[in-house]
Design a protein around this ligand. Structure first.
Ligand code: AMP
Length: 412
């Protein structure tokens, strides 16, 4: 079904065409009619599925012409707020609707000016929005549509009390759209608090991401992790690589060492100033930096076209973060490669990830790398230089991983 059949207004349809979208993604097909009908919606869908347009397009249609601030979209991170606001602005380019992004880490001046000019759509992170609400610069009495995006991440970041406060400040008569990658019981509780008789849309992206992206484990001992990272970079023909670290401190350290090894590197984590974060992301997008080292929270949902590889320097803490991370390479059906460095200590985490995605991740060894003895059991060599690590070349090695006991039940 083409976008035309979805009963979007002409000006919004033109915006979609200008964005270069041809056909709606599954979540767009299912969510757009529900949102247009005015119903509340609870959608379990991750970034990469096209969920931004799934709510932005019907919202723009429902708003019609410029008026008061009627839409509030809450996002967990500054990057996401900026990205979602840009999407709204793009789709709205043939309308007179106005948007503003409200987030911390930057001055208040520009945001105040925009608010004064009058906006229809506010895309905000909870903290900075609260500042404006307390001082009375923003009030939510005209809000007719509230979007809570990435609710599971807001929960992780401890935003729930402030999100509840913000929801409580919106009129009771409103449409509420709720997006979360997963909907465990504590999220269900917030949904019950915020939503009324919602339509439900579930898009099972987890499996499709893990199927469209070639991914592999590289077992290695802790002391050799950085050397293996360097060796993988040297042997891989990449356009741009996102390297994930569990901690901010770790991200800084990896970046420092990569720079010392003559790689052009950007760093993205929450302790960096907003200007540094903007510069890092812009530099990575433009190709100025070939590698970006990031933490989960900073990288969640950011849309960087053309990330050819993801390297999990550290195994993610939560299984769903594995899917988020490797999904950075497989956005909108593009394929990419994802490698995960695993140490003996990660055995339990890997077991959880494999259970979560319902598949075993192949193990590879990098040929020629001077592995320390206890991971040196012969196995399938990793592919040589090339975009590879994919297709028939990414065969499953017997690798060192079974030495670590991760698959003890299978491997004895
Ligand atoms: P999102 O899940 O909203 O972050 O979107 C993921 C990526 O898919 C973004 O780069 C979007 O621009 C792109 N995208 C979303 N919907 C479509 C569509 N219908 N056709 C092509 N690309 C799309």
């Amino acid at each position: 079904m083409p976008f035309k059949a979805l009963q979007l207004t002409d000006s919004v349809l033109r915006g979609v065409q200008a964005a270069g979208y041809k056909d709606p993604t599954p979540i767009q097909l299912r969510a757009i009619p529900a949102v247009l009908s005015g119903r509340d919606l609870i959608a379990s869908a991750q970034t990469g599925t096209g969920k931004t347009a799934a709510f932005a397009l019907p919202i723009l249609c429902r708003l019609g012409a410029h008026g008061r601030a009627r839409v509030l979209v809450l996002e967990p991170t500054r990057e996401l707020a900026a990205q979602v606001e840009t999407a709204f602005r793009d789709f709205a380019r043939f309308t007179d609707l106005r948007t503003v992004a409200i987030f911390g880490g930057v001055g208040y001046g520009h945001q105040r000016t925009e608010l004064k000019r009058g906006v229809d759509i506010i895309v905000a992170t909870p903290g900075r929005l609260m500042d404006y609400l307390k001082e009375g610069t923003i009030n939510l009495r005209d809000i007719t549509i509230l979007v809570l995006d990435e609710v599971d991440r807001m929960l992780d970041m401890g935003f729930l009390p402030v999100v509840k406060d913000i929801v409580g400040r919106c009129p009771r008569e409103r449409q509420t759209l709720f997006f979360s990658a997963t909907v465990p019981p504590e999220i269900q509780a917030i949904a019950s608090f915020a939503l009324r008789d919602p339509a439900k849309v579930e898009v099972g992206v987890s499996r499709s991401v893990t199927q469209s992206v070639t991914h592999a484990l590289y077992p290695v001992v802790q002391e050799q992790k950085f050397d293996l990272l360097l060796a993988l970079l040297a042997k891989t023909d990449f356009d741009s690589i996102l390297v994930f670290s569990r901690t901010k401190h770790g991200a800084d350290k990896i970046a420092r060492k990569l720079k010392a090894a003559n790689h052009s590197v950007a760093v993205l984590h929450a302790n960096r100033s907003q200007n540094q974060r903007i510069e890092a992301l812009a530099g990575f997008k433009s190709g100025k930096y070939e590698v970006m080292v990031a933490t989960d929270i900073a990288a969640r949902g950011i849309d960087v076209a053309g990330v050819s590889h993801v390297i999990n320097y550290d195994v993610p803490e939560k299984p769903e973060d594995y899917v988020h991370r490797i999904g950075r390479t497989g956005r909108a059906q593009a394929v990419g490669d994802a490698f995960t460095l695993v140490t003996p200590e990660n055995a339990g985490d890997i077991r959880d990830i494999q259970r979560f995605i319902g598949q075993k991740i192949p193990e590879l060894r990098l040929e020629g790398f001077p592995y320390q003895p206890f991971v040196s059991r012969p196995s399938q060599p990793a592919p040589q230089r090339g975009r590879g690590h994919s297709g028939q070349r990414a065969q499953q090695g017997g690798g060192g991983w079974s030495h670590f006991g991760a698959n003890r039940r299978r491997n004895g």
